[in-house]
Design a protein around this ligand. Structure first.
Ligand code: NAD
Ligand code: GLY
Length: 334
């Protein structure tokens, strides 16, 4: 088993290993012992992994899988469920599932009685390498993704890499988009075994979160590809999975980085080649003007400015501010 220590406002460990979910009670005993527990999960993961946690007395809240559940209604239902069951500030939530479950559980934990503890048990690759670590939690509003949320760090993260065996191929690929993001940001070796790959990605994220927990500077590097991605997701009414949109967004940003003089064509070709090798898109059918229009409303936009993550070379990205009105032209190379 590998361990990454995240030293945010509240330090915690990310434990990574094959088959470790069955040891949940031992690995989290210091946090859960004597507490009331509620496992929050979706209707796919419930049948696959709830029993594996071995938490006989735990309560369970199950909601329909998918991004369409990541909303205020589900959040409200979870909060009412906790109140119905007399959860107190010293009790603990367990997020068992992908990024949707993790984000909504984290937000419920952030606001229930002004904040209770929670543990992340990510079951998708995307959630293991990205969403379960760093404390960002949110739900979507009608106006866009992740528009209501908070920063609330988990008490522990248990990444059981054997859960990836049941993950559909498309979802594995979607997670690889975030893995490739870490490659482009920091040059990690993408050919490692899965446990090392998750460890390396989480280590990069932990360093970034340590230096900028509340997303005022360097943490924005983690948004590589995300500005166009959020446009693509919204235009598809969230039928394009987050990871696929991020992959297309990285392709768009790679080409824009060449066009605007930030990196060589060889660098962009390398990034695009890696996306393609992993069966991921590197562009989108949506019109760039439309993507830009949606990006203007993105929460990453501040006033009339937008901070983009651009590629300088493989393993090094920078933040670059542009005027919102110039975004469509900036990325247009079609
Ligand atoms: P997801 O949570 O919707 O999971 C994808 C699908 O896989 C679901 O249908 C789920 O039921 C199923 N599934 C999960 N684990 C499985 C397993 N082991 N075997 C079989 N099926 C399984 O999607 P996701 O890609 O994990 O997460 C996407 C969400 O994460 C988005 O809402 C995105 O905004 C969010 N996100 C958050 C952060 C953050 O920092 N908080 C970072 C990146 C993404
Ligand atoms: N996934 C982006 C972040 O955690 O900041």
């Amino acid at each position: 088993m590998k361990e990454v220590k995240v030293t945010a406002s509240k330090p915690y460990s990310v434990l990574i290993g094959a088959g470790i979910m069955k040891d949940f009670k031992a690995l989290c005993g210091d946090i859960i012992s004597g507490k009331k527990l509620a496992v929050i999960t979706d209707d796919t993961v419930d049948g696959l992994y709830f029993e594996k946690l071995g938490l006989d007395g735990a309560l369970k809240f199950v909601f329909p899988h998918g991004e369409e559940s990541k909303n205020m209604n589900t959040l409200s239902d979870i909060l009412e469920f906790l109140a119905d069951n007399n959860f107190t500030r010293s009790d603990v939530l367990i997020a068992l599932g992908g990024g949707v479950v993790g984000d909504i559980t984290g937000f419920a934990a952030a606001v229930y009685m002004r904040g209770i503890n929670y543990i992340q048990v990510p079951t998708t690759l995307l959630a293991m390498v990205d969403s379960s670590v760093g404390g960002k939690c949110a739900v979507d509003l009608h106006h866009g993704k992740n528009l209501a949320g908070s920063f609330h760090q988990p008490k522990r993260v248990i990444c059981d890499t054997s859960a990836l065996e049941t993950l559909p191929d498309e979802m594995y690929k979607a997670g690889m988009a975030e893995v490739i993001k870490y490659g482009v940001l920091s040059g990690i070796n993408l050919d490692s075994d899965i446990e090392t790959l998750v460890f390396d990605c989480v280590s990069v994220k932990a360093d970034i979160v340590r230096s900028d927990e509340f997303d005022n500077g360097t943490r924005q590097l983690l948004n590589l590809g995300h500005t166009p991605a959020h446009g693509i997701e919204a235009l598809s009414s969230y039928t394009v999975p987050h990871g696929f949109a991020v992959a297309a967004g990285m392709g768009i940003i790679a080409r824009a980085s060449v066009k605007n003089g930030f990196c060589s064509k060889e660098t962009a070709d390398k990034v695009i080649g890696i996306l393609e090798e992993n069966g991921l898109p590197c562009d989108t059918e949506y019109n760039y003007e439309k993507i830009a229009e949606v990006a203007m409303r993105d929460k990453k936009a501040k006033g009339d400015k937008l901070t983009l993550v651009l590629i300088e070379k493989y393993g090094k990205c920078i933040l670059h501010e542009i005027n919102k009105k110039d975004f469509a032209e900036f990325i247009s190379v079609k």
